[in-house]
Design a protein. Structure first.
Length: 279
């Protein structure tokens, strides 16, 4: 089809990088903007940082709703291109604008694929709200600041893995619909290897230099000591988190968005600590 990128042939590594890099670049620009703001606010003190971080969770929740349309349309476009169905590809692509009305069958498919992803991210925001409250109750504004700011610093690995996951999802959607299963498996192995290496490096950075990294954004000594502890603890999960998000891209590309949503929602809600009731 003219004007579309055929991912069913050609070098896999180069195609994955071509797909992932623009997404990661956009995410990192947004992250740099947020972290720059956080660094300036950090000069006002940890209480100001805690307030900004708490509001950021609400922004995250509202943005999660947009994933319903985004993921559903992207996967559907990729599979339609792979199946050489130009009419369906154009119809699904038009849905990305939120303006063009679609036939019921297209709308139903987009909702079927996108709703689990939007639900996952919205509920994940709720998990962070609960954890923020616990951090505030246990550690005051310092605890809340460490949790919210640490989460924004963690976006280094989060955004990288999301970029690779989205690129892998697009690649797999085309090749799966075209029956190129060997390319699907090779792309999966290659992306897992790349995210595993990057995740390991980030783990080492957070574990070994947690205080130093945190002090860039909040120079207050009490704040970056607690924040450094947060990054050190969080560092042990970075590689596994990146691999989990990468695996989500595999399922999305196959058109099976429900299994990763169930696993991720269940495991994330296990993070909410049970409060001990007084005897």
């Amino acid at each position: 089809m003219q004007g579309t990128k055929n991912l069913t042939q050609g070098p896999i590594n180069r195609q994955l990088f071509t797909l992932a890099m623009p997404i990661m670049a956009t995410s990192f620009i947004q992250m740099a903007y947020s972290l720059t703001d956080m660094a300036w606010v950090g000069r006002l003190g940890s209480e100001s940082v805690a307030a900004v971080g708490a509001v950021g969770i609400l922004t995250w929740m509202s943005g999660s709703i947009a994933l319903l349309n985004k993921v559903g349309a992207e996967v559907s476009v990729g599979q339609s291109i792979g199946a050489r169905n130009e009419e369906d590809a154009r119809s699904f692509a038009s849905r990305l604008s939120f303006i063009v009305p679609l036939k019921k069958k297209y709308t139903r498919r987009i909702f079927k694929l996108g709703l689990p992803v939007a639900t996952l991210n919205t509920l994940f925001a709720f998990v962070n709200m609960f954890l923020s409250r616990t951090a505030s109750e246990q550690g005051g504004h310092i605890g809340l600041m460490a949790f919210t700011t640490g989460g924004q610093i963690e976006a280094i690995t989060w955004n990288t893995s999301q970029g690779f996951s989205t690129g892998l999802s697009t690649f797999i959607a085309q090749n799966y619909a075209a029956g190129q299963k060997s390319r699907v498996k090779q792309a999966w192995r290659t992306t897992l290897w790349m995210t595993g290496v990057f995740g390991s490096l980030c783990s080492l950075l957070f574990i070994l230099f947690g205080n130093e990294v945190f002090s860039i954004f909040v120079p207050e000594s009490d704040a970056y000591r607690v924040g450094g502890d947060y990054l050190r603890i969080d560092g042990y999960s970075q590689m596994f988190m990146m691999m989990e998000i990468t695996m989500q891209g595999v399922f999305y590309g196959l058109g099976r968005t429900i299994p990763p949503a169930i696993v991720s929602i269940g495991c994330n809600y296990m993070r909410i600590p049970l409060k001990k009731q007084p005897h």
